[in-house]
Design a protein around this ligand. Structure first.
Ligand code: F0G
Length: 361
């Protein structure tokens, strides 16, 4: 056994890097693929959770950011900029520190979770709250990156998806093949596109070992099932949503940048992009925490809410091998955990009182 070296070193031969690329890393990737015992029981499927909240800044964004910031460093960039619903900005801020760059972030005012705001600030990013939504922030960030010497590190940056595709590699490496179905939340639509790229690459690739080609790493590709929040579901509507609304602030996006790539991932894989309500998202969020021991942020639970719905509707049949990506750590947005729970009881330093409050006596 040897230590994980970060995804660029681990998958160097499948990424657009050279010896001249300075590797900016926090040793991201290598995240757990956890069997979901309860969800498997409920659905009759064999379900695994790809726990991306275990990345260094607590979300899958670190996979894309190690690539985007390393390539920006190779190009001599001194400053980066992004629009974000919170996780991209947290990640960009941290990797910019590692690279010695300044980082500017544009976030929708009042619509990002407190933990994510804290991350951008503690890593020293220049943070602007924009009086608009994510889509407005992204338009602004794009304009600034064209007119000023600052590199854009949103997922429209092609290196981001290259980094993010490694999550699919890890899943195939862990399971021995691709799953039959892959579920994930969809916001700006970069991640579903990146996974599809990764799965296709592994199914096409013949690995070479001592010169002799070995068979492809995966024998199949999964059906990609993406899930949006019902108040922010442009793919379901078939057109941009002007005023996206959902409690899952990470995916409160009405005009996804990777529209065409996501549609291609959906159609080429024989999959679908559907929606789930905020109520379904919160139910899955609580179930993941209370029955699987996995605390995720609300947006992440859209993948599991979507799987439960797809099983009920017969879109996914019992016996199917499924991976659900849970994209971000629950600690980023703890408000929903606290608001749904009973207020804790306070007791004196007294064993009897504690025992009776706990229902032990
Ligand atoms: N889940 C979480 C926790 C996210 O932060 C995001 C996107 C998504 C899912 C959706 O992924 O955009 O690739 O379809 N967050 C971006 C951000 C928009 O700014 O942090 P996607």
């Amino acid at each position: 056994a040897r230590a994980w070296r970060g995804l660029i070193q681990e998958y160097r031969d499948r990424l657009p890097v050279t010896e001249r690329t300075p590797v900016v890393t926090l040793l991201e990737g290598g995240t757990p693929l956890v069997p979901a015992v309860r969800i498997s029981q409920l659905t009759g499927c064999d379900v695994h959770l790809k726990v991306e909240g275990a990345n260094p800044t607590g979300s899958f964004k670190d996979r894309g950011m190690t690539m985007a910031i390393s390539k920006a460093a190779e190009d001599g960039a001194k400053a980066v900029i992004c629009a974000s619903t919170g996780n991209t900005s947290a990640s960009a801020a941290a990797y910019a520190v590692r690279a010695g760059m300044t980082c500017a972030v544009l976030v929708p005012q009042g619509k990002i979770a407190m933990g994510k705001l804290a991350q951008a600030l503690v890593h020293g990013a220049r943070l602007l709250q924009v009086d608009g939504n994510f889509d407005d922030c992204l338009e602004l960030a794009r304009k600034l990156s064209i007119d000023y010497p600052v590199a854009l590190v949103n997922s429209v940056n092609k290196y981001r998806l290259q980094g993010q595709k490694t999550a699919a590699f890890e899943i195939v490496d862990a399971l021995g093949d691709a799953p039959e179905v892959h579920c994930l939340p969809v916001g700006n639509a970069g991640n579903i596109s990146a996974y599809w790229m990764g799965y296709k690459e592994y199914a096409a690739a013949a690995t070479s070992h001592g010169g002799a080609p070995l068979p492809a790493v995966a024998t199949r590709t999964p059906r990609m099932l993406g899930f949006q929040a019902s108040g922010a579901a442009p793919f379901v509507k078939g057109e941009p949503v002007l005023k996206p609304q959902t409690i899952a602030t990470a995916i409160r996006i009405g005009n996804p940048a990777s529209w065409d790539l996501a549609v291609a991932a959906r159609d080429e894989s024989g999959g679908a992009i559907d929606s789930v309500t905020d109520r379904q998202i919160l139910a899955a969020y609580r179930m993941l925490a209370s029955e699987e021991g996995v605390f995720v942020e609300p947006a992440s639970a859209a993948s599991v809410a979507g799987l439960l719905q797809a099983c009920e509707r017969g879109v996914v049949r019992a016996g199917t091998k499924v991976v659900c990506t849970v994209t971000g750590n629950g600690l980023k947005d703890p408000d929903w955990a606290i608001s749904g729970a009973p207020a804790p009881t306070t007791v004196k330093v007294d064993a009897q009182a504690a025992a009776s409050a706990l229902g032990l006596a």
